[in-house]
Design a protein around this ligand. Structure first.
Ligand code: HEC
Length: 193
């Protein structure tokens, strides 16, 4: 991870602490500071996206999409986790047609977010009963590169298809077009007590 990313993340981390600032004494549930949580979610998702994109592009250049599939297979989750580890946060990418079996939409809360994005594509935050603030943001197929691994049969090279079939026998993440909703960021922010 680059230094600037680390610095930005450190900046955002202090914002987490700031969310937690309040009166002394126990306060089980902090009120939701929507603007702060949105800014933090935007920042973390943008950083995580940038780290993933940079690494996927480098892997594509080094060995083409086939190599990059292997890279995503082993590195996508550790990379998002490494971003998450800098905060007291969960960072996930979920989809209704997921490639990684762990990235499916299961919780009612996630399903509601997904349904909301079918109509309104703007990110939002909400707070649960335990006080955790959940940030959701749609991920669209924003560039032609995505189609090399998530597009239709005509977009995905033979070797890539083979690599995907081997690593993800139950892959559901193909057949997308430019601009389609591909997934969503889900980031859990826990204000410090
Ligand atoms: C080199 C192939 C490749 C490219 C290019 C690629 N992806 Fe993926 N994508 C993958 C793989 C492999 C996974 C599964 C990663 C894992 O196992 O966690 C994945 C997972 C995802 C997920 C998580 C949900 C799921 O299906 O598991 C999202 C969202 C996603 N990609 C969006 C994108 C977007 C948007 C782009 C373009 C900016 C893109 N991908 C480009 C290979 C690729």
């Amino acid at each position: 991870m680059t230094r600037s990313v680390k610095l930005l993340l450190a900046g955002a981390a202090s914002a987490v602490v700031f969310i937690g600032c309040g009166e002394n004494g126990p306060a089980p549930k902090k009120p939701l500071d929507t603007a702060m949580a949105m800014a933090l979610g935007d920042s973390i998702s943008a950083q995580a996206q940038q780290v993933l994109l940079k690494n996927v592009s480098a892997a594509m250049q080094a060995g083409g999409p086939e190599h990059a599939v292997a890279f995503c297979n082993t590195r996508a989750v550790p990379l998002t986790d490494s971003v998450a580890a800098l905060f007291d946060v969960d960072v996930q990418r979920l989809s209704d047609r997921n490639r990684n079996p762990d990235n499916g939409i299961r919780l009612p809360q996630d399903r509601a977010a997904w349904e909301r994005f079918a109509g309104d594509k703007s990110a939002f935050v909400q707070q649960d009963a335990e006080g955790t603030v959940w940030y959701y943001k749609p991920i669209t197929v924003g560039m032609p590169t995505c189609l090399k691994c998530h597009g239709g049969a005509e977009d995905i090279a033979e070797g890539t298809r083979a690599a995907l079939a081997e690593k993800y026998p139950r892959d559901r993440a193909t057949g997308y077009q430019q601009g389609d909703l591909r997934g969503m960021w889900k980031i859990g922010l826990r204000p410090k007590p």
